[in-house]
Design a protein around this ligand. Structure first.
Ligand code: EPZ
Length: 424
């Protein structure tokens, strides 16, 4: 029996949510601990399932984590990696989380070898890693695909190179950047990803003694150094979690204070679009207040890499636009199959037409509670949002997807007057 969430709507969110540390910053930062035989201390780490999976992988390699829980939702993790004695990321772990590929760059850079299981596809698409591998080869690594594994080696170390990514890849940029920090010479990454999580990783690596510049722009320059050392670093807040709760305010005609960071600059295109939808944003101390104007206007959205509209908020936004007073359009440009939530939203009465990577959402007057099934991480959060607005009971199955990227959802919503029940 898989875990379920039961929600009886409609409910209105009204309160404050402390946003946790970003999943997509914590994962590469944890992998970066492999780059130094000194310890790395990360603060503001959210106790997410994906974080636990990455910690399991690091322990499999011989790393020793020490976790102190500062509260239910904020952890400090210190990782010692002076006794790494295994260089293989097994299929059992990699199939659970594709971001496992992020150990490739650090292991290659520090130890000159790594074996990573090919991750296989996942629900939102094929999710290839060819650009990661081409980047490592450009730095001088030998890369073989054998028996379902990537066998990578660099017996004479890695050598800086100029790498021009044909498409923007977030973890590809992170992986190659980490490989380059201990390479000999200078590496230039062109058409690099510009996400805040890349900047956070580069800032932490520089505190460890790396020499990186240009992070946050499309051209990142890494001058190789001989070794890295201990540092302490606090993970940036999770902009996707923040955006998800912002939409909760819009879809329930409520109000939420998002505390923990400068979310307006972390989500520039999202805030701009949501203002067009009718959400009202007010800067507050260490955060952003989001209020519904009582009206949901239709908009057209194209998902793009940062600073464009984030694909990781596409499903949640679609839930909101199901209740807009008109027709909206969403073009999903990043992932080839990120509309699994559409069938589930339609079960609740949404009116959505799909043509390849284009969704036409015709707003309806209301949604109706129904039994639905989560299919992937962000789809699961879009179902929670639609259930809050729907009339009647919704039971969401397979909510283990939600736990991969959102922590303490029940508690955070309860703090805003919203009741959801988890049924194991
Ligand atoms: C990161 O995935 C995020 N995950 C994803 O968030 C996010 O959706 C994605 O970036 C886009 O913003 C983490 O950071 C852990 P990409 P990533 O490489 O790096 C193609 C979530 O919900 N591509 O930027 O795997 C790829 O097919 C997750 O938190 C190649 O062709 O995404 C896609 O079309 C879901 N070859 C595009 O690039 C490659 O070698 C962008 O993918 C790599 C990518």
């Amino acid at each position: 029996m898989t875990a379920k969430i039961e929600i009886v709507g409609p409910q209105r969110i009204n309160g404050t949510v402390h946003i946790s540390g970003a999943k997509n910053a914590a994962l590469p930062l944890l992998a970066a601990s492999l780059l130094s035989d000194d310890s790395l201390t990360l603060k503001n780490v959210s106790p997410l399932v994906d974080v636990k999976t990455m910690l399991n992988l690091l322990e499999e390699l011989g790393a020793v984590p020490h976790i102190t829980s500062d509260s239910l939702d904020f952890q400090t993790i210190s990782l010692k990696t002076d006794s790494i004695d295994n260089f293989t990321a097994p299929y059992e772990i990699v199939k659970k989380m594709r971001a496992s590929i992020l150990i490739l760059g650090p292991l290659l850079s520090r130890f000159g070898m790594c074996m990573v299981s090919l991750p296989g596809g996942c629900s939102i698409g094929v999710r290839p890693i060819d650009l990661h591998l081409k980047g490592m080869q450009a730095l001088g690594a030998n890369v073989d695909l054998r028996d379902g594994y990537v066998h990578a080696s660099a017996p004479h170390g890695l050598k800086g190179a100029e790498i021009d990514f044909p498409i923007v890849t977030v973890t590809g940029t992170e992986n190659v950047m980490m490989a380059a920090v201990l390479a000999s010479g200078t590496t230039v990454l062109k058409n690099a990803a510009r996400e805040p999580e890349i900047v956070d990783l580069a800032n932490c690596l520089n505190k460890m003694g790396a020499d990186i510049s240009g992070h946050g722009t499309s051209t990142i320059v890494i001058n190789g150094v001989n070794s890295l050392h201990h540092t302490e670093h606090s993970v940036i807040p999770d902009r996707i979690e923040a955006g998800t709760y912002a939409i909760a305010a819009g879809i329930t005609n409520g109000c939420v204070n998002l505390i923990g960071g400068d979310f307006r600059s972390l989500l520039p295109s999202f805030v701009e679009k949501m203002e067009q939808v009718g959400l009202i944003f007010t800067d507050i101390d260490n955060g952003l207040r989001v209020e519904s104007s009582g009206h949901i206007a239709p908009v057209d959205i194209q998902t793009e890499s940062y600073p464009g509209f984030p694909t990781d908020l596409q499903a949640q936004t679609m839930a909101l636009l199901c209740l807009a007073d008109g027709e909206s359009n969403i073009q999903e440009n990043i992932w080839e199959n990120r509309f699994m939530h559409v069938a589930e939203l339609s079960r609740m009465g949404a009116n959505i037409e799909i043509h390849n990577a284009h969704a036409k959402i015709i707003g309806v007057n209301g949604l109706k509670g129904a039994p639905v099934m989560a299919t992937d991480l962000r789809a699961s959060s879009s179902l929670v949002l639609s259930a809050l607005a729907a009339n009647g009971k919704t039971v969401i199955d397979r909510v283990y997807h939600l736990d991969r990227g959102y922590s303490c959802v029940k508690e955070k919503l309860a703090g805003c007057g919203v009741v959801i029940d988890r049924i194991q």
